[in-house]
Design a protein around this ligand. Sequence first.
Ligand code: F6R
Length: 246
Amino acid sequence: MEIRIYKDYEILSQSTADEIIETVKKNPTATLCLASGDTPRLAYSMTAKAALANSIDFSRCTFVALDEWMGIAPDNEGSCQYFLRHYLFDHLDIPESNLHFFNALSSDARDECKKMNDAIQQKGGIDLMIVGIGMNGHVGFNEPGQSFQQYAHVVDLDETSKVVGQKYFRETTQLSKGLTLGLQHMLEAKKVLLIASGLKKAGIIKKTIEDEVGPNIPATSIRTHINGYVMLDEDAASHLAGRSDR
Ligand code: F6R
């Protein structure tokens, strides 16, 4: 695992977008797994802009959404699917069959998880995975206490995730469960970028980097990844040992 620190959110986002573009240029049939949320929003907009400006062909890539709120319809602006389509997929020419989302309205959530696991396996794994970090150290919806060894699964959301998650919705929304890829997917991905921005993430980033690796802070799992990068802006990095006195 390597830590990379960028001056601000804009430069962090540009570097993340560059990683996506480079991955697709090198391997036009790459499989990418993407988180939604505030952190990657600008990176995805920059990716879409660069892809259009430079005629980069995304049409043979496969995209897998990292997670979804159970029971939330894809046309709800707070859903992960809506977010990924709005900021990225709608701007790229990708066949629908190359886009994989959890169907959060399915009556058979386990089958949804199996479909995601199978789709990833059929593609030979994930080439590039972009994840954020929750205020409680979650990755995707892998909440504190969960095993590192899981693939896609259904999760009872942590209280923090239910409260913080309200920021994505126009009105107060009942959030209780999530569907998510597991940390095992992340550990098996060929390359992982964990991105974090802002002072509000500085505390959990410090714990992720400096506390013991273990399920109490799911994000610590990235420290065991040989091709894992924790990409931070100065604010998110500001509590790390050796930087807090700057
Ligand atoms: C969303 C996801 C979550 C977020 C995390 C940080 O698909 O997987 O784990 O990455 O909650 O969210 P933001 O970026 O909104 O701070």
